[in-house]
Design a protein around this ligand. Sequence first.
Ligand SMILES: Cc1ncc(COP(=O)(O)O)c(C=O)c1O
Length: 367
Amino acid sequence: MFKNLYLDAPNIGKLEKQYLSKAIDTGYVSTIGPYVSEFEEEFAKYLKIKNTVSTQSGTAALHVSLHELGIGKGDEVIAPVLTFVATVNPVVYVGAKPVFVDVDIDTWTIDPCEIEKCITKKTKAIIPVHLYGNPCNMERINAIAKKHKLYVIEDATESLGATYKAKPCGTFGDFGCFSFNGNKIITTGGGGMVAGKNDKKMKHIKFLVNQARDDAQGYYHPEIGFNYRMTNIEAAIGLAQLKRVNDFIAKKRKIHSIYQNELGNIEQIDFQKETKDAKSSWWLTCFTVNDKSDMLKLKNKLKDEGVPARRVFMPVADFPFYKKYKKENYENSYAIYENGICLPSSTLNCEKDIHNVCKIIKRFFKK
Ligand SMILES: Cc1ncc(COP(=O)(O)O)c(C=O)c1O
């Protein structure tokens, strides 16, 4: 049995405690306080982008981005069907229609050819998702967006530290949205960030997340805003985590390479794959098993041995509210969902435990 083996648990240490205590000691525990702007600035530096605005969650970051672009009733937004539901809920919040497309069977990310087929006069935006940390083909996606005059909002919630053509994920679109939920690459407990290049739009997002409050006129609100601000205590944790981010990403990649090296030549397994232009953060390491019943048996075996594994996200079009938007069979997404499994990938895991997980998997497939 494993004592400290986790799927995606956060890695909180001394620095987080130190910054957090400072935030508490100074009394700045809410949305005012120096850590918020410091975290935003350091995050922008890390991404090599000019503007960032912190938010209450990744979902809030996606919502306020869609709102900022004026997307709403009568508009269509293209998104992969294989993702976490929070990618598409904000599309519905703003009153637009989600249009689901299939993913590539190797990368598990949105298939650019499928995007082209779905574009109509109503299409306003594409939300590519760098699923499990694996970068989408941003060159093709941006070319399609440019050709059809569409916005791109990257769902980079799982891909902090991932790059496409050596450029950070989340800096290709009009906006890039990040999540700092407890299970992500870095955490603030719960929180998010919008990254963007357009000064005016980013300034407006900063205003929107603060109840659209016009500070020059006191408590005056010229439009409808949101309370989507990050707190100083969250930002304190975030800043400490950001200082450790390179170690986290190195560890995620190490974990992935152990799985890949040990299990890569098992015939019945196919790992999610990077393209030559992409460097995944490997937020979670996942693979498909060629037989669905074997995947379920493997999952049970892992559970019996105390290994926290999880199935791949269910395609969003299968949820009751989204069934009406299901347009086709989404062959690849369903194949990945039905046969896919996510392995323990937390940066808290020790390498010896990962090797032991590999031993269990090897034994399973030898039978
Ligand atoms: C793909 C994806 N999109 C959006 C989100 C939403 O982020 P949050 O949980 O911070 O709202 C998450 C994470 O939970 C996610 O995995």
